[in-house]
Design a protein around this ligand. Structure first.
Ligand SMILES: C[S@@+](CC[C@H](N)C(=O)[O-])C[C@H]1O[C@@H](n2cnc3c(N)ncnc32)[C@H](O)[C@@H]1O
Length: 294
């Protein structure tokens, strides 16, 4: 799992890898150096929005506990969690391993990163994990996929183990944001993805057999002037980055021309910056696998 060299990525246009080289993957975002950097910033923004917490399931991690980051991306959440729990054991899987970090020898004793599919976790992982984190798979899963992914998480959790899911809902700002949302709806429907997954997740968790399901709504401010640690600018940068990353599928699927797409994203960015009330809504869910199967 080597870290990509900057040179090898410079000549590759961001977002050009639509097929993702994985059969049947619906995922619409790129996996490259630019995306790795965006995911780092996004992690900082989300951690800040959670008041500095990255484990919000009501669990205390102990030495020897097994933790899975399912769809880990650049494994930023996983590494952050490892740094606070160095005696636990971590697994991170993703369809693509290109942006996984290079681990040092000590980290390798506690962390394993590898190729994997959230829709088909290894058979040998049944009842293995105390905590599973799955964050921001919205641009990858259909309704049916969501059922499967949550059932797989349920299977690999030990009885009494916890899942935590974080997903984006929508942005609130003005007219450009509404125009952009309607384009997103078009894209997600045409691709078979579930844009309003946050509305379905509680029922999906329940159907899979989870208990103690909680839902938390988070508002992340995007607009207006400076804040001390530039969190609003970082939030704008990372979430505009998501939308810029959708250019290739939007244009290839005939939803907008390249020019229309670029103009819309520019309008969106200006609207977020100029409107002090602009925000993005996120949801965080936690749920427990019952201790005794019913
Ligand atoms: C938006 S990124 C989020 C990454 C990470 N969870 C985070 O919050 O920083 C979504 C990730 O899900 C991965 N992904 C998409 N479909 C997947 C699947 N079926 N199985 C495993 N990973 C998948 C993508 O390759 C990408 O790395």
């Amino acid at each position: 799992m080597s870290h990509p060299s900057k040179n090898s990525l410079q000549s590759k246009p961001h977002g050009d890898d639509l097929t993702h080289a994985i059969a049947k993957s619906l995922y619409i975002l790129p996996t490259d150096e630019q995306e790795r950097k965006r995911l780092e910033v996004q992690h900082e923004v989300l951690r800040n929005a959670f008041g500095g917490r990255i484990v919000f399931a009501p669990i205390e991690l102990h030495a020897g506990d097994n933790i899975l980051d399912s769809g880990a991306g650049s494994a930023t959440w996983l590494l952050d969690c490892y740094n606070a729990n160095k005696d636990a054991t971590f697994r991170g899987i993703d369809l693509k391993t290109d942006i996984f970090p290079e681990l040092d020898d000590i980290q390798k004793q506690h962390i394993q990163l590898g190729t994997g599919n959230v829709l088909q976790l290894p058979n040998g992982w049944t009842s293995n994990f105390q905590l599973v984190n799955q964050r921001l798979l919205i641009a990858a899963l259909s309704k049916e996929n969501w059922n499967t992914a949550v059932e797989e998480i349920f299977r690999v959790l030990a009885p009494g183990g916890w899942v935590q899911l974080v997903e984006a809902s929508h942005c609130v700002a003005g007219e450009a944001t509404q125009r952009h949302f309607s384009m997103l709806q078009d894209l997600f429907v045409k691709r078979g993805l579930l844009l309003n997954c946050v509305e379905h997740i509680p029922n999906i968790l329940k159907s899979a057999g989870f208990d103690k399901i909680t839902t938390q709504r988070l508002e992340i401010s995007l607009g207006g002037g400076d804040d001390e640690d530039e969190m609003k600018a970082k939030a704008r940068e990372s979430f505009i980055g998501v939308y810029k990353g959708m250019q290739t599928p939007v244009v290839r699927m005939g939803i907008r021309t390249e020019g229309e797409f670029i103009e819309l994203v520019e309008d969106l960015e200006m609207e977020w910056e100029s409107n002090a009330q602009s925000k993005v809504i996120f949801y965080a869910f936690t749920a427990q696998k019952p201790t005794v199967s019913v």
